[in-house]
Design a protein around this ligand. Structure first.
Ligand code: PHE
Length: 440
């Protein structure tokens, strides 16, 4: 009897594995817009200096694909992710995207996170006419590469403006210093926007210091900044350096607010920066604390699968995957030209990072959030939602009138003719004024 079961399970597993081989053989021969599985190339950094970006992105896409496939796929076709690690290096990003296109014959691409890597790979996708959606690269140049390249996130002229307004209007700072990554298009773009917008508000940028991702130490640059005693420091970089910069700034006795952008978003930031990340604020794409049911359902499903909270990379990747699936459905398949048209026509797609509408330049027009860093709990706490101009209507995902104790968002976004944006500010949990006064 035992033998019978053994033999039975052996035969069963052989059958199962041959079914799997058959399936993948099918999908590898499917190079066009036929009806086999749909192969989506995903590229990102899972082993380099920004490895948490790639890991979260991969997870977000996996969750979206699993949900879509469990519900029957797209027009009956399953979505298969082919992932390549580019180690966070632009040259490698270009190489793996060529491989995904020419060897693996993917029908669409999702990636990268860091703008410099997306910029390196986008021309390959554009030339091959394979649609590429970057979930999270915010530098404007990325989508300027061509009509096959789009994104589901906002761009840096908006993100930089949000933080300049936060510094000038909310914190009432008159002087700022900037320390940025000279090899990152993302960092350079944000530096320029922040300076321009902060200056327009009557503020003055008193110092601009540069670093590279391989710098062992930032105290030289920080000491120069300290001598000028700015009221805030803007650090438009990635978490790996930001965590250390924050720590070294505090060691040098610099206790002013530190401001940043989405590039800070990583669970590793807390390990690097610890308590020195107190009195710091960033602009970001979404808040996992938002009580809106669609966000909380996503957070729950992600936690169940990956045992950690989804950061904004995971949320944007999830949205990018769902936008792609929606476009494949509308395009009636994966023909490159039709698919890119369908992606570019995306309107009011209800994502977990807000309502996604692509503008004429294939950039998503959507709100940003300002988050306060809470190192004691290793958490980003929601402060306010900022809508771009022309978007005063609250969206399901960014607005909720319910207070959950930690936050209360105001659903009535006030439009201000002078401003390029409007904001929904927290009514509770605001210790902003006392924080600011303590630093003056
Ligand atoms: N916006 C960043 C860039 O373009 C990437 C990023 C997005 C990082 C979201 C963290 C969170 O380089």
């Amino acid at each position: 009897m035992k033998n019978f079961f053994l033999a039975f399970s052996l035969i069963f597993s052989i059958l199962l594995s041959s079914a799997c081989v058959d399936k993948s053989a099918n999908s590898t021969t499917n190079s066009g817009s036929g009806d086999g599985d749909i192969k989506v190339g995903v590229y990102g950094d899972t082993s380099g200096a920004t490895s948490s970006f790639g890991q979260s992105t991969k997870n977000g896409i996996q969750l979206a694909f699993d949900e879509i496939n469990a519900a029957g796929g797209v027009n009956g076709r399953k979505l298969i992710m082919l992932f390549e690690d580019d180690q966070g290096r632009p040259e490698q990003a270009k190489t793996v995207v060529s491989k995904l296109i020419n060897q693996d014959r993917v029908q669409a691409l999702l990636g990268e996170v860091a703008s410099t890597n997306s910029l390196a790979a986008a021309p390959v996708a554009q030339d091959a006419k394979i649609p590429m959606i970057t979930p999270s690269s915010t530098n404007p140049k990325v989508t300027e590469v061509g009509d096959y390249i789009s994104r589901v996130c906002f761009i840096d002229p908006f993100q930089g403006l949000v933080m300049a307004k936060f510094a000038g209007n909310t914190l009432k700072a008159k002087t700022a210093a900037i320390i940025g990554d000279v090899n990152s298009d993302y960092s350079k773009g944000l530096t320029a926007v922040f300076e321009q917008e902060f200056t327009k508000l009557g503020g003055r940028v008193v110092a601009k210091e540069a670093y590279t991702q391989t710098d062992p130490d930032f105290k030289g640059q920080l000491t120069k900044i300290r001598n000028l005693n700015p009221e805030v420091i803007y650090i438009p970089g990635y978490y790996g350096q930001v965590g250390i910069i924050a720590k070294q700034a505090r060691e040098l006795g610099m206790n002013m607010p530190l401001l940043g952008g989405d590039g800070w978003d990583s669970p590793d930031l807390w390990k690097l920066g610890g308590e020195s990340l107190k009195n710091a604020y960033i602009s970001n794409h979404y808040s996992a604390d938002n009580p809106a049911p669609e966000i909380q359902n996503f957070v729950k499903a992600y936690r169940a699968k990956f045992n950690t909270a989804p950061d904004s990379l995971a949320a944007l990747a999830y949205d990018a995957a769902k936008v792609l699936a929606d476009a494949i459905k509308r395009a009636g398949g994966t023909d490159g030209a039709k698919l890119k048209d369908a992606i570019n026509a995306t309107k009011e797609f209800k994502g977990v990072t807000g309502s996604i509408t692509l503008d004429a330049n294939r950039n998503a027009v959507k709100p940003a959030v300002v988050l306060e860093l809470n190192p004691t709990d290793s958490k980003f706490t929601f402060k306010e939602t900022i809508n771009p101009e022309g978007m005063s209507a609250p969206t399901a995902a960014n607005t909720n009138t319910m207070s959950n104790g930690n936050m209360m968002m105001n659903a009535n976004a006030m439009s201000n003719g002078n401003m390029m944006m409007n904001s929904n500010t927290t009514n509770s949990n605001s210790n902003m004024n006392s924080t600011m006064n303590a630093n003056r």
